[in-house]
Write a protein that binds this ligand. Structure first.
Ligand code: GLC
Length: 644
């Protein structure tokens, strides 16, 4: 069969997506393969002269409109102080840094709230009082310095940055058949090599979508959800091989092409990339998981549950779940994936069971369980989903967790244990504990490691996986607090001059050569190799709000505001302390803009974070207690585990 011949094309005339949806009749939940071969097209008559005028007309217009200047200060200064005043009251920086450079050594992130606790715990009230007085003076000094910097324009005020961000976010909107359906990855006028940054990436759209939802603009998210669902059904092949049916694309592009057989008309076509064109040709495992998370957020925020209840949407959810829950050779409940299957989408030694994918997988399972409408045909799927939730949660909490105590246990591990009751189940050789980790692990705090394989623990700290495990309660309450403790304790490594390191530490020397394949884009402290990504601000904010510690996120946002707009919203920053705009970083990167906006919106109204948070489920906790395999190492007992 030729590759071309495998694609049946059905045209769908240009019209808005309706409540009932145009593909419903094509899909029924018992036959998941039916809606597998449709290409979405929108036909328009070509105007007689300007044949290409339809093409991206809205984007061209907005490009012309773009101004990168900051707005005048005035009123916005008052606004800034009003807003920031609320958390300045509770969060006082312990150190006497200047407002433009609150960067100190280890422990810089430890705000006075914690310091007060420490003082109280040693019952030295007099001492605590003088610390407070000292901090008050420092805070006043800081606020004064900040006010004058804002007033003289050295630092743009928060209000004008937000306004600029909204303008830029709106300019990044992509339309299809006249409706907004997504945002492009970057609109960098300084870069001649666009690569695929002119496409709508699924993962990149999530913060954009959340920002629009929080602003009450629901349509773009609804359209995005429904049109990407159409793409899930695409016939996808690479060199004659097709990946699983439920796969969502990494990105898509709206193309305007001449209509076959009609010279006077063009049509808009949605053209997805499932990884067959992506650098490295990796399937984006995270796309479908993010899609489910956004679908739930849409329902919770807009109150419109009709989208998640549609038959085609229900089928879409099930297709993603079936793909993820399919039996394989694996002994672990974690999802086995190739390198680069998520935000880090090129070789970085994260193949196997990377934390980020597990955290998103766990969220997707929880969100899907909430949204699936009960019907006879899905009982097996829901049973499998429940079993997986329990097993996954146990596995991550137990085997991925690391803190001083656990590290010391690993340090003393015996190896080569053959039996059902081995302590060192994965045969980890203690020599794997790298010297950096011995130094880096704080006394208070801990985190989930990046990956776990036989005889291999990837001890790097991966931010997204850790933050998202807090958001979705994959980490226990204690672990979640400990993750935030670690972030505070390691502020100068993880935040420094721009939040937030994608991972820590960087791979260097021979390790970099072997693990990245000498990737010149992933040199140490750059890009995925421990570069700093402003988009992570939004996940940090949701995690901090969930744990009732929003001041941590507020401080990170304040640090970002010092540079982000002036630096033109880079995709990422380089160097150990994130001092430089990334070597190959795009400017006007949409998810940097949207990530900042979501953080701001949520800090203003933290209750809205609920659309993203999933609280620990008591059913799951009970199941974990009864099914806990820790106390049942013998073979016989294991039979009962994981049944909810
Ligand atoms: C880079 C990032 C990826 C992102 C894409 C578009 O490839 O690694 O996570 O989705 O750019 O911004």
């Amino acid at each position: 069969m030729s590759l071309g011949a495998s694609k049946a094309v059905v045209q769908v005339l240009c019209r808005p997506v309706t409540q009932t949806g145009y593909s419903e009749h094509l899909v029924n939940s018992s036959d998941l393969t039916l809606h597998s071969t449709f290409q979405v097209k929108c036909v328009k008559k070509r105007p007689p002269r300007h044949r290409h005028s339809i093409r991206c007309s809205s984007m061209l217009l907005s490009q012309l409109r773009r101004t990168h200047q900051l707005r005048p200060m005035g009123v916005s200064l008052v606004n800034y102080m009003n807003y920031s005043g609320s958390w300045f009251q509770t969060c006082k920086c312990q150190q006497s840094e200047s407002a433009s450079g609150i960067t100190a050594g280890d422990g810089n992130g430890a705000w006075s709230v914690n310091n007060i606790e420490t003082s109280n715990s040693v019952n030295n009230l007099a001492n605590a009082k003088s610390i407070l007085e000292f901090q008050d003076v420092q805070q006043l000094k800081q606020e004064k310095a900040l006010t004058s910097k804002i007033a003289n324009g050295t630092i743009p005020d928060s209000f004008s940055i937000e306004e600029e961000a909204w303008d830029l976010l709106r300019e990044s909107i992509v339309h299809y058949c006249g409706s907004p359906i997504g945002t492009i990855a970057a609109k960098d006028p300084t870069s001649s090599n666009v690569l695929n940054y002119d496409q709508v990436f699924i993962r990149d759209f999530i913060p954009s979508g959340i920002a629009f939802l929080l602003k009450g603009e629901h349509d773009i998210v609804r359209n995005f959800i429904l049109y990407t669902l159409q793409l899930q059904s695409w016939e996808k092949t690479m060199d004659c091989h097709s990946p699983g049916q439920g796969l969502m694309p990494a990105s898509f592009k709206v193309r305007t092409v001449p209509l076959d057989g009609d010279d006077s008309a063009t049509e808009e076509v949605l053209d997805p990339d499932f990884g067959e064109a992506a650098i490295g040709r990796v399937a984006p495992v995270d796309s479908g998981l993010w899609w489910i998370i956004l679908l739930r957020a849409y329902g919770k925020c807009s109150g419109d549950l009709s989208v998640q209840e549609r038959i085609d949407v229900q089928t879409g959810i099930k297709m993603i779940l079936r793909l993820c829950l399919a039996d394989g050779f694996d002994m672990f409940p974690t999802l086995l994936v190739t390198d680069g299957s998520c935000m880090i989408d090129r070789r970085m030694g994260i193949h196997g069971h990377p934390l980020e994918i597990q955290a998103l997988f766990y969220s997707a399972l929880l969100c899907a369980r909430e949204m699936l409408t009960p019907e006879d045909g899905s009982a097996d799927l829901i049973r499998a989903l429940n079993n997986r939730l329990v097993a996954l949660s146990f596995h991550i909490r137990e085997y991925y967790w690391i803190d001083m105590k656990k590290l010391n246990e690993i340090y003393r591990y015996k190896t080569e244990e053959y039996s059902y009751d081995a302590v060192n189940k994965f045969n980890i050789y203690p020599d794997q504990i790298s010297p950096w980790l011995v130094e880096w692990m704080p006394n208070k705090g801990g985190y989930l490691i990046g990956n776990l394989q036989p005889a291999h623990m990837d001890f790097r700290f991966f931010s997204l996986g850790n933050l998202w495990s807090v958001v979705n309660s994959l980490a226990t309450m204690e672990q979640s607090h400990a993750i935030l403790d670690l972030i505070e304790a390691k502020w100068s490594d993880l935040v420094a001059e721009m939040p937030f390191k994608i991972c820590y530490p960087a791979l260097e020397g021979q390790e970099w050569q072997i693990i990245t394949g000498s990737d010149p884009k992933n040199t140490p402290w750059s890009y995925h190799n421990a570069g700093s990504w402003p988009t992570l601000l939004w996940q940090l904010t949701v995690a901090c709000i969930k744990m009732n510690r929003p001041h941590i996120a507020a401080k990170a946002v304040e640090i970002a505001e010092r540079r982000i707009s002036r630096d033109k919203w880079p995709e990422y920053y380089d160097t150990k302390r994130s001092r430089f705009i990334g070597k190959q970083s795009r400017l006007f990167q949409t998810w940097s803009i949207a990530g900042y906006l979501v953080a701001k919106l949520l800090l203003t109204d933290p209750s809205k974070a609920n659309i993203l948070i999933t609280e620990e489920d008591s059913e799951l906790v009970n199941a974990l207690i009864t099914a806990n395999p820790r106390g049942k190492r013998g073979r016989k007992n294991l039979k009962q585990t994981y049944i909810v």
